[in-house]
Design a protein around this ligand. Structure first.
Ligand SMILES: Cc1cc2nc3c(=O)[nH]c(=O)nc-3n(C[C@H](O)[C@H](O)[C@H](O)COP(=O)(O)OP(=O)(O)OC[C@H]3O[C@@H](n4cnc5c(N)ncnc54)[C@H](O)[C@@H]3O)c2cc1C
Length: 359
């Protein structure tokens, strides 16, 4: 899409990670050196920035509808009849659910979320707050057994974000629409934590962008059915905050577009080819969550000791060894398991404006 340079320019520029543990000296990690071994193209970008870049690049040729949701779907074999919560009913050749972990398209076409959830036993909360610690391009991370707290500066807003992670063997029962209840869960869970947490919790009540969810994977056997398909978190969320989800969503969206273009008018067969091409990548991505959770929410005292040592050593290894370490972990193994097909011959450089069928 020609967006590589713009994505790189919008990167977060968080360059220093300081790791804290109770009773130990903090360890400073150079994040540029730590992530250099992943790939020369590794970029960290805020989700909102990436969304804006994609939107700006496509808004001329794509019809966007905001503030609405699909209400019903009916695939009659030749097309899909769609009703909306607000807009008029319409008919489409194809419906792709790219609506995230709690996808409505998935629920309507593939069944209730409860049957496909695989909770990994972790919870996370994130919210914005003033940058009282003058973090700018730094991230502070404190680890304890079963819990971690972190905060990092956000260059684009001049603010900071507070992030809390904790483990639970049993699933918590809470109302996913009740933000105040979720804030209380975090306040109670971290009330005795110490470190900088009281300073972070001070801003919890006022936070208007508070996010709370369980670290849960979505596992389905199939991501296409007739003329309806799923892509990204909607189809195979590897777990929020454990990494890899964005790369997985971007790679699979690329394959989806390529296979639909290659199938020309036989869209259901394009969907089947897409599923077959990404199956191994999706299967392997399920290893990402459990692996990364061991680092970001250490499960025992040994892990609390080992994680900072690993982070401190890795940047000093020779480049070839760094690459080998990264490619052997869950994320590297999963994302390296698909060599991207080349669809260059199918690219249409100036797309015709989108014209929906009927409606
Ligand atoms: C706190 C946090 C930290 C994360 N950190 C990382 C990380 O470091 N690295 C990484 O790779 N991944 C990370 N992830 C995961 C990453 O954000 C997702 O994997 C990625 O955004 C998936 O992209 P997507 O387009 O499939 O879904 P989403 O980004 O979730 O987009 C879905 C879109 O659908 C819209 N939508 C939802 N329901 C409806 C509806 N009914 N009608 C219309 N629209 C709807 C939503 O508003 C949203 O815009 C993190 C996630 C969280 C929550």
């Amino acid at each position: 899409m020609g967006l590589g340079e713009a994505v790189h320019e919008a990167r977060t520029r968080t360059s220093q990670l300081i790791l804290y543990r109770d009773g130990k000296r903090p360890i400073s990690v150079d994040l540029d050196k730590l992530t250099a071994g992943i790939s020369s193209q590794h970029v960290e970008i805020l989700r909102g920035e990436l969304t804006q870049l994609l939107y700006d690049a496509t808004r001329e040729g794509v019809e966007y509808v905001f503030g609405d949701s699909i209400a019903t779907l009916d695939d009659d074999g030749d097309g899909v009849n769609v009703t909306f919560e607000h807009g008029e009913p319409r008919r489409f050749d194809l419906v792709i659910g790219a609506d995230g972990m709690h996808s409505m398209v998935r629920r309507l076409a593939f069944g209730p979320e409860e049957s496909m959830r695989r909770p990994l036993g972790g919870y996370l909360a994130v919210y914005s707050m003033p940058d009282e610690l003058l973090l700018r391009n730094r991230m502070l991370l404190h680890l304890k057994v079963g819990r971690s707290a972190s905060t990092y500066g956000v260059r684009q807003t001049g603010q900071a974000r507070a992030c809390f992670l904790f483990r639970r063997a049993e699933e918590l029962q809470y109302d996913y629409r009740d933000t105040e209840q979720q804030k209380r869960i975090i306040a109670d869970e971290f009330a005795d934590y110490g470190w900088e947490v009281p300073r972070l919790l001070k801003h919890l009540d006022a936070a208007d962008d508070f996010y709370f969810d369980s670290i849960t994977q979505i596992t389905l056997d199939s991501w296409q059915r007739g003329r309806i398909g799923l892509v990204g978190d909607a189809g195979y969320c590897p777990g929020p905050a454990v990494g890899g989800g964005t790369s997985l969503a971007a790679i699979t969206a690329y394959v989806l577009a390529g296979e639909l273009a290659a199938a020309r008018s036989d869209l259901p067969s394009g969907l089947r080819n897409y599923e077959q091409k990404i199956r191994q990548l999706v299967d392997r991505s399920r290893a990402i969550g459990p692996t990364v959770m061991k680092t970001i929410i250490p499960g025992n005292a040994f892990a609390v000791r080992a994680v900072p040592i690993g982070f401190a050593i890795l940047p000093h290894l020779p480049a070839w060894l760094q690459r080998r370490v990264w490619s052997s972990n869950g994320v590297g193994k999963a994302l390296g398991s698909l060599s991207l097909p080349d669809y260059a011959d199918l690219v249409v450089t100036s797309p015709a404006p989108f014209r929906p069928r009927g409606g």
